[in-house]
Design a protein around this ligand. Structure first.
Ligand SMILES: [Zn+2]
Ligand SMILES: [Zn+2]
Length: 129
């Protein structure tokens, strides 16, 4: 299994609506708390170091507007596996985190899924996404 030391996050910004991929190093994650911010200034992820190899993520959800929290027992797993930020309120995927190739693959599917959802809801006017 290939372990990546760079972690990619694909995140929508609740402030300005942009979808961007952000990268950070697993070593950053091992050192302490940090935040991922959109260039507009909005905090997208709050990452909090916990005991041992554990950490917690607070995610600002663009879909429902709430904060979702996930505990991760092992930070080094992010270099090998894709994690999906899932909005339980709406039952939708709201972002991804993990090795860059897997994140990019997931984003392609997310784009299609969001477009389908938008079409179903009658929201698709060409500018919604
Ligand atoms: Zn923004
Ligand atoms: Zn949500």
């Amino acid at each position: 299994m290939v372990i990546f030391t760079e972690v990619a996050c694909a995140l929508y910004c609740p402030g300005c609506g942009s979808l961007e991929v952000y990268n950070f190093s697993l070593f950053t994650l091992g050192r302490g708390n940090f935040q991922i911010r959109c260039p507009c200034g909005c905090v997208l992820l709050d990452i909090e170091r916990q005991k041992g190899k554990g950490f917690g993520v607070q995610f600002n959800c663009i879909i429902c507007g709430a904060r979702h929290c996930w505990p991760f027992p092992r930070w080094d797993r992010l270099g090998a596996e894709l994690f999906t930020f899932f909005c339980e309120d709406m039952g939708l995927e709201a972002g991804f985190m993990g090795p860059r190739p897997l994140v990019q693959q997931a984003m392609k599917q997310l784009d299609r899924t969001l477009a389908e959802i938008a079409a179903d809801l009658g929201l698709l006017d060409g500018r919604w996404i």
